[in-house]
Design a protein. Structure first.
Length: 420
């Protein structure tokens, strides 16, 4: 068994390897911690966790080692000796204090805003979306166009004091472990800033970590992807739609899903949100009427919790064959702009007049960079190929100008990729 002395020497003897391994483990662990304890997820989002682990491995462990140890040692000769001096000696070393200030400035005002965050957004986009990743949108629209000011201010609240301590007191071999340890808090913050329909919405005034408010938990706000289901309900099965609401308590989702499975039902499409202290559930359940008694399924769902107000409606497949084929074109609109009356109405009218069927629509009020904005996401489909895409784009551009919309990103996907 290795002695404690040998173990302690590992960061000093193998600084790069230690930094890479430690940063990878720490970043992955931080996201898992948030998913299980803060968001109370029953199933881990491993793709999201892989994004954090990948970023921790290659950027935090590798790139930052090159910057903090290799480059800073070359650019600032006192960086190797200044941390080991006493406070009295530091006070007399004007060159050392000046070079420490330079290191802090480069790291916090150049490196993080213009390298760290863009790489983070790009890595997350690639890992989560693979071949469909839109790196240009993620970096230039989501980060530089929307979140930069808010993200950087949140970063400085945690990292400015930590960076000063790091460059002023930590030896070269200890810089990456120090950064990784502080990053445990920061990665939790980035993880809680994850967007998407299943995120836990934090109150704007909740405090998370050292003086970071809920307003900083939004790095992933604006992420979007098609949510439509192009295939109609199976006519050979029976279907019900379940809506439920009640006080937000741990285990609601687990009990609801278990009640469906126990009665022989199959949970397909579902939406679940926390709004204030209330938890809202909307889900579609299908079942084989030859094997499952309708009343047994309803009773099992209603027995989930006395605290939930549950409503169950039977639904029927459409009396048409239009949904038996895939749509010719899919549309996804992501809009961010001021809170104006008629935004949703004008978008909905544009989709309708251009023969595009709305499959999913969501809207939300958010605060970005201290400004109240209205976010709209619409997924649409054209099954017959009748929509004039260029005229539709022109109409959206007119709406954008009339309502002073900041961002109106339209994503068009053809059934045949070669036709795009």
């Amino acid at each position: 068994m290795a002695s404690w002395t040998t173990i302690k020497s590992i960061p000093k003897v193998y600084p790069l390897a230690f930094g890479v391994v430690f940063s990878t483990f720490k970043t992955s662990f931080s996201d898992l911690l948030v998913q299980k304890t803060v968001e109370k997820r029953e199933n881990i989002d491993w793709r999201r966790n892989a994004a954090f682990a990948t970023f921790g491995c290659f950027y935090l462990g590798g790139v930052q080692y090159g910057l903090y140890v290799k480059l800073f040692r070359k650019w600032f000769p006192t960086s190797t000796t200044f941390p080991g001096k006493t406070l009295a000696q530091k006070a007399k070393d004007k060159v050392g204090m000046k070079e420490t200030g330079y290191q802090v400035f480069i790291d916090q005002f150049v490196h993080h805003p213009f390298s760290y965050f863009p790489v983070f957004y790009a890595t997350k986009e690639i890992v989560q979306h693979g071949a469909d990743a839109d790196i240009k949108r993620a970096v230039f629209t989501d980060y530089f166009g929307t979140n930069m000011k808010e993200d950087v201010i949140a970063l400085w609240k945690v990292w400015l004091p930590s960076t000063v301590l790091n460059f002023a007191f930590m030896p070269m071999w200890g810089r990456i472990p120090w950064v990784a340890s502080t990053s445990l808090i920061w990665t939790c913050i980035l993880s809680m800033m994850r967007g998407g329909n299943d995120q836990v919405v934090m109150d704007e005034n909740e405090i998370v970590g050292p003086h970071v408010s809920g307003k900083t938990m939004k790095i992933y706000s604006g992420e979007y992807s098609p949510r439509l289901c192009p295939i109609e309900l199976d006519p050979h099965l029976s279907h019900v739609v379940v809506s439920a609401s009640g006080k937000d308590k741990g285990g609601i989702v687990s009990r609801m899903a278990a009640s469906v499975a126990a009665a022989g039902g199959n949970l397909t499409t579902s939406k679940m949100h926390r709004l204030g202290d209330q938890f809202i559930i909307l889900m579609h359940v299908s079942y084989d009427k030859e094997k499952v008694r309708h009343l047994d399924l309803l009773q099992s769902i209603r027995n989930t919790s006395e605290d939930l107000v549950i409503k169950i409606n039977t639904i029927q497949p459409r009396k048409t064959n239009v949904r038996e084929k895939a749509p010719e074109v899919l549309f996804n609109l992501h809009s961010i702009g001021p809170d104006r009356k008629g935004v949703v109405a004008q978008y909905a009218e544009a989709f309708h007049k251009h023969d595009i069927n709305i499959e999913h629509l969501s809207s939300d009020l958010k605060v970005v960079n201290g400004e109240r904005v209205f976010v709209v996401d619409i997924d649409g489909s054209d099954f017959n190929g009748r929509a004039n895409i260029e005229e539709f784009k022109d109409k959206l551009e007119t709406i954008k100008k009339d309502l002073e919309v900041k961002t109106a990103k339209l994503k068009v996907s053809n059934k045949d990729p070669s036709a795009e």
